[in-house]
Design a protein around this ligand. Structure first.
Ligand code: NAD
Length: 367
């Protein structure tokens, strides 16, 4: 099967960090005979400059056809005054919506060399490797009715938490499938004690488990208790499955267990395509970092680890994904640091390209 990849570097540091991913893709082609058919295109401010909109219809159509989209970052001060519908972020939102990417995967992985960056004690976070699966296209951010209405002479703010069985079913399947490729454990979080949508969530997740994934260990937890447990002893979790609102909060808590923004990858997955691979987009959690753009200071690791997720979840190359993650771990263990990773111990930071060099050298050494 050919591996097709659409690369959208975007704005600010997006193209800088993506340049390092290109070198890694080339490495896999020459050293591991793992070939990708790569096309590159514009998104965000770069697309607005070229086409007058943050994502052209032609780029959208390409995104629907490929096995995976890899996106850098979008946005920048130059575009702040644009009409809402033309802002760079709208390009990103259009991709997520039209590809129907309902499962957002946010790993929280703590490399031993960076454990002191966490606000928690080293032994609580060192070696941490958990995955939050957040439902991304439904729930309270989309439910109707919504708005600010007049009632009894005062204004009332209104949002609706709404989930259909089918919406819960499909994201639960994504979480169980993922768990099978990891530690085989899912903890589902909602508020079934006070919300009917939580009761339905729990019932449907349990049913999907019993019917299709009895081999995966399943537990349920109230989302508030889940937040506490994430800070108390996060290593008890493997995959956490939760809804859009709770996932928004819990994934940010989990992310900060591990330190710098420049380290955090993510994936958003949709329904399987004809070739069995899920619709997928991979992107670092960070933005376009206009404060450091063009200076060769950006940390490319979040983008590189996003590509590692693509290897694992789109291309079924789990062993190669692990090879890349181990290369990153080795480089960090050797003390190679971009500026954002400089701790109290000081030292000289490396550039974006030097971090890429070090990771490529570690990949070579892994052969
Ligand atoms: P940001 O993530 O771009 O930057 C926050 C801080 O983290 C900055 O100090 C930046 O220098 C640093 N940082 C981020 N990524 C880094 C990396 N790889 N290496 C080293 N340092 C890094 O968030 P922001 O400043 O709030 O937003 C800047 C722009 O990015 C805005 O236009 C915003 O809308 C956009 N944005 C885009 C995305 C996305 O594309 N997914 C996400 C968030 C923000």
């Amino acid at each position: 099967m050919t591996n097709t990849l659409l690369i959208l570097p975007g704005d600010g540091i997006g193209p800088e960090v993506m340049a390092e991913v290109h070198r890694i893709i080339d490495w896999y082609g020459t050293k591991r005979d793992l070939k990708f058919e790569v096309t590159e295109d514009l998104v965000g401010g770069a697309a607005y400059d070229a086409h007058g909109k943050p994502l052209s219809d032609a780029t959208m159509a390409k995104a629907q056809e490929v096995d995976a989209v890899l996106l850098g970052a979008v946005g920048g001060p130059k575009y702040d005054t644009l009409d809402f519908s033309l802002k760079p972020e709208r390009g990103l939102l259009r991709l997520r919506k039209e590809m129907d990417l309902f499962a957002n995967l946010r790993p929280a992985q703590c490399f031993d060399a960076l454990a002191d960056f966490s606000s928690l004690k080293r032994d609580v976070v060192s070696g941490l490797d958990i995955m939050i699966v957040r439902e991304l296209t439904s729930g309270i951010y989309f439910g109707e009715p919504r708005g600010i209405i007049e009632e009894g002479g005062q204004r009332v703010g209104l949002n609706t938490q709404r989930y259909t069985e089918a919406e819960i079913d499909r994201v639960a399947r994504s979480a169980f499938e993922l768990a099978r490729k990891r530690g085989n454990k899912v903890c589902s979080m909602e508020k079934a004690n006070v919300m009917e949508s939580g009761i339905l969530w729990r019932e449907v997740v349990q049913k999907v488990h019993d019917e299709s994934y009895p081999d995966v260990e399943l537990s349920h937890m109230y989302a508030d208790a889940g937040g506490m447990q994430l800070c108390r002893w996060p290593k008890q979790f493997d995959v956490i499955l939760t809804d859009n609102l709770f996932g928004d909060l819990l994934s940010d808590v989990a992310a900060m267990l591990t330190g710098s923004l420049g380290m955090l990858p993510s994936a958003s997955l949709g329904a399987p395509m004809e070739n069995g691979r899920p619709k997928a987009m991979y992107e670092p959690v960070h933005g376009s970092a206009p404060d450091i753009a063009g200076q060769g200071k950006a940390n490319p690791i979040a983008c590189i680890l996003s590509f590692a997720m693509a290897l694992r979840y789109s291309f079924d190359e789990g062993a190669e994904a692990t090879r890349l993650e181990k290369a990153v771990e080795k480089v960090l263990g050797d003390g190679v640091r971009t500026a954002d990773l400089m701790g109290a111990e000081g030292g000289t930071p490396v550039s974006t390209a030097q971090m890429g060099d070090a990771i490529l050298a570690a990949l070579d050494a892994s052969l």
